[in-house]
Design a protein around this ligand. Structure first.
Ligand SMILES: [Zn+2]
Length: 72
């Protein structure tokens, strides 16, 4: 799978990850922490903030909540 250049900051590539506690798939930019819940919807505008999304179900806003499945 080709990684998409982040449409928000254009500084890094969007990584596929899984939120460990909820098993939810998420796509996230390691540079600006923009996140998307649908790979086909990766675009700007339309991103969500990773920290905000993780806090919603009671998680901490840390990358340790994620299992990043795509090696850079
Ligand atoms: Zn970015």
């Amino acid at each position: 799978m080709a990684l998409s250049l982040c449409p928000r900051c254009e500084q890094d590539h969007v990584l596929a990850a899984t939120i460990k506690k909820t098993a939810q798939r998420i796509w996230v930019c390691p540079e600006c922490e923009a996140a998307w819940l649908d790979e086909t919807a990766i675009a700007a505008p339309g991103f969500i903030d990773l920290g905000t999304h993780l806090k919603a179900p009671g998680l901490t806003a840390l990358w340790t909540e994620l299992d990043v499945s795509e090696a850079r």
